[in-house]
Design a protein around this ligand. Structure first.
Ligand code: MLT
Ligand code: MN
Ligand code: ZN
Length: 305
């Protein structure tokens, strides 16, 4: 199974259009030191030809260019949709607005939990809006059961996805809070048995989560904030990281201790907010993540498990 990190930033990307925090300033002035990043999404493939998006970000158009070269099967084909489907971990705008932007696809397959589908149907109306342009099929993602992923011909493609509930907040525009509004996904290659865990948003850690992640060959985890009071220290927002549904990396109960202890060969932080000092190649925070054997995700990274 191949995985491309299409985007590794949290909502707003890096630099964020209206932000002049130290990292956003550095991303503009010295992009070799703070690499600009697009909003979080990955592409997974069993064969390097058929790709599934996990989350569809507002940056999806330029992100899909990373899949170029795998164009139409026939040279005289005019249109070709280079993805088989879109899986969602939640209905946040940074993970779902890209569905609307894929409206030129005549058909689009979306996999999401019932809770996320409800928000997309009735609150953000991402699905009804997209359906004005394309046929959107929705496959409910069950919680705790692996579901085969099908390609555009309807054939099982050798990957399964299993959703598991993680702590988090419903999107602030959701009219109700139902279980399953925020999940992590385990994508498994049914031929090799290898798996990747994708958890771009997680508000709290517990043993059940750690035990799931211990079984994965690659773990891509919520790296939104370095510290709990990151935004208040910058004068951006009074809300703590945990109050925003993101466990911080550092400190007591932070995710770095958990990530450092995982057996996975590949451990990567993604969904990194533009305020996070791990983005600075020369920061102490970056050095601490590196020392733990964890990688700070960057757009375009490719991994094979
Ligand atoms: C989040 O990750 O908490 C949300 O995407 C926040 C947002 O961008 O509105
Ligand atoms: Mn987000
Ligand atoms: Zn910023």
């Amino acid at each position: 199974m191949q995985i491309i990190l299409l985007g590794t930033a949290a909502g707003g990307a890096v630099p964020q259009w209206n932000c002049w925090c130290p990292t956003c300033r550095a991303a503009r002035a010295d992009p070799a030191r703070v690499h600009p990043r697009s909003q979080s999404s990955i592409a997974v493939s069993p064969d390097g030809i058929r790709w599934f998006l996990i989350n569809a970000s507002p940056d999806v158009r330029h992100q899909l260019a990373r899949l170029a070269g795998r164009g139409p099967a026939r040279d005289d084909s005019v249109r070709h949709v280079p993805i088989e489907g879109v899986l969602l971990t939640d209905a946040e705008l940074d993970h779902s607005l890209g569905i609307v932007l894929l409206r030129e696809a005549r058909t689009l397959a979306v996999y999401a939990t019932d809770a996320t589908v409800h928000i997309l149907e009735h609150d953000s109306r991402v699905l009804p809006t997209t359906r004005a342009f394309a046929t959107v099929t929705v496959t409910p993602l069950p919680i705790g059961r692996a579901l085969p992923l099908r390609d555009r011909t309807g054939a099982a493609c050798g990957l399964t996805a299993e959703a598991f509930v993680v702590a988090g907040d419903s999107p602030r525009f959701a009219s109700e809070e139902s279980p399953g509004h925020t999940v992590g996904l385990i994508v498994r290659d049914t031929t090799t048995g290898s798996s990747v865990a994708y958890v771009p948003g997680c508000g709290a850690l517990d043993e059940a989560l750690a035990s799931r992640l211990r079984a994965a060959d690659a773990v891509l985890f919520d790296g939104t904030f370095w510290q709990d009071d990151e935004l208040s220290a910058l004068g951006i927002s009074p809300a703590s990281a945990r109050e925003m549904g993101h466990v911080p990396i550092s400190g007591t109960g932070g995710s770095l201790a958990m990530m450092a202890a995982l057996p996975a060969r590949i451990r990567i932080y993604t969904h990194i907010n533009n305020s996070n000092p791990i983005l600075d190649e020369h920061s102490a925070a970056r050095a601490a993540v590196n020392a733990a054997g964890v990688v700070v995700g960057d757009d375009g990274m490719t991994i094979t498990v």
